[in-house]
Design a protein around this ligand. Structure first.
Ligand SMILES: *Cc1c(COP(=O)(O)O)cnc(C)c1O
Length: 358
């Protein structure tokens, strides 16, 4: 079966995959029609690696990252449970998504952010959707620890990926890939931070396989930044450092799920340098037309690293582009600056253009 077409009648991930999700006819569905994201075949970077490579554009979700897939389920369940507010810690995208879905549901949204390093675009989203913000000193791991305590002691719905409904929603991306390709890919590459997403994808492939919808399951390639690579190094990282703020996490909450995904799939974890991440980000933009935030380029950097060690042989791979490039403009500003203006006459403009077009 060739996948479903992109249509205005797409109902959002809960209605599309209701039978696989923890909802009942009584659950009020809070949706922004997330999901059904494009699976775009690579024209240059994949063939160069010896791969039939597809990019899953999770940046095309309503708030610009895959977090919306889980948030539609988590916020719907919070509303069903009559919670008075939702709360989360975040490196940015969970906050942006929670803020939007809470606004949609008419729920109060409380965000606990690490003061260090949340990208500008994500902060703008949080403010615009009217979420309430607490900044805490330190990094994400400390923010998550205090958020768990706040959620438990004040009785607020935690919508971090510790909330099992988040992962249930996120597994729908694996379903979409299989529906679009007509089978599972050989390899699935994605960035790993708190490790909820790799856990969710693996669950999706396992469920589709068990249900007879696919006959094989992909090898999972979990890619971390070299300065924030607890799953590669085998121990938590005290002060994680990387330009890729969405995966700047030293002690992933879904550690065990990620390890299981990699082990059961015969996959692997790998770490890539910030330079490799930024180079992959630039290649995606300049050679494929796909603008992503740094973390989202880690999957490609991981595939490139693997290919350098051992060439691929025509396998089908899917690389998850987790979040949009406009969320983190700072990371892109080195790409260029506005040139000095010239007089708006043909001659003046031609003088500038000639060396560009050769
Ligand atoms: C959340 C996020 C990740 C990391 O996903 P985990 O589930 O935390 O491993 C990667 N990229 C982007 C853009 C994200 O927002």
């Amino acid at each position: 079966m060739q996948g479903r077409v992109h249509t205005p009648t797409w109902p959002g991930v809960i209605e599309a995959y209701r039978a696989f999700l923890p909802v009942t006819p009584q659950t009020p569905i809070v949706t922004l029609l997330e999901g059904n994201t494009p699976l775009v075949e690579s024209v240059r970077l994949g063939p160069r690696l010896g791969l039939r490579l597809f990019f899953k554009l999770e940046s095309a979700n309503p708030t610009g990252s895959f977090k919306d897939r889980g948030m539609t389920v988590a916020v719907s369940k919070a509303l069903e449970a009559r919670c008075r507010a939702v709360v989360c810690a975040s490196t940015g995208n969970t906050a942006a998504s929670a803020a939007a879905y809470a606004a949609r549901a008419g729920l109060l949204c409380l965000i606990i952010l690490p003061a260090e390093g949340v990208a500008q675009g994500k902060l703008v989203q949080v403010f615009a959707h009217g979420a309430r913000l607490v900044a805490v000193e330190g990094g994400f791991d400390a923010a998550l620890a205090v958020t768990r305590e706040v959620s438990e002691r004040l009785g607020l719905a935690l919508v971090n990926s510790l909330n099992p409904h988040r992962l249930e929603g996120q597994k729908t991306a694996a379903f979409e890939i299989c529906d679009a390709l007509g089978s599972a890919p050989d390899l699935l590459a994605l960035p790993v931070g708190n490790a909820g997403n790799i856990t969710a994808y693996w669950r999706g492939f396992v469920e589709y396989h068990a249900g007879g919808r696919i006959t094989s399951r992909p090898r999972m390639l979990g890619v971390q930044a070299a300065g924030a690579a607890p799953l590669v190094d085998g121990r938590p990282v005290e002060r994680p450092q990387t330009v890729a703020s969405a995966i700047r996490i030293g002690n992933p909450a879904s550690w065990q799920g990620a390890v299981t995904a990699v082990r059961e799939s015969n996959g692997r974890f790998t770490k890539v340098s910030d330079e490799a991440i930024l180079a992959a980000q630039k290649q995606l933009a300049a050679e494929e037309g796909l603008l992503v935030e740094p973390a989202s380029a880690a999957g490609l950097a991981g595939l490139q690293q693997m290919a350098a060690a051992q060439p691929f042989n025509g396998e089908t791979a899917v690389c998850i582009l987790t979040g949009h490039g406009l969320k983190d403009p700072e990371s892109l500003l080195r790409a260029g600056a506005l040139p000095a203006p010239v007089t708006p006459t043909f001659d003046a403009v031609r003088r500038v253009i000639e060396p560009m077009v050769g």
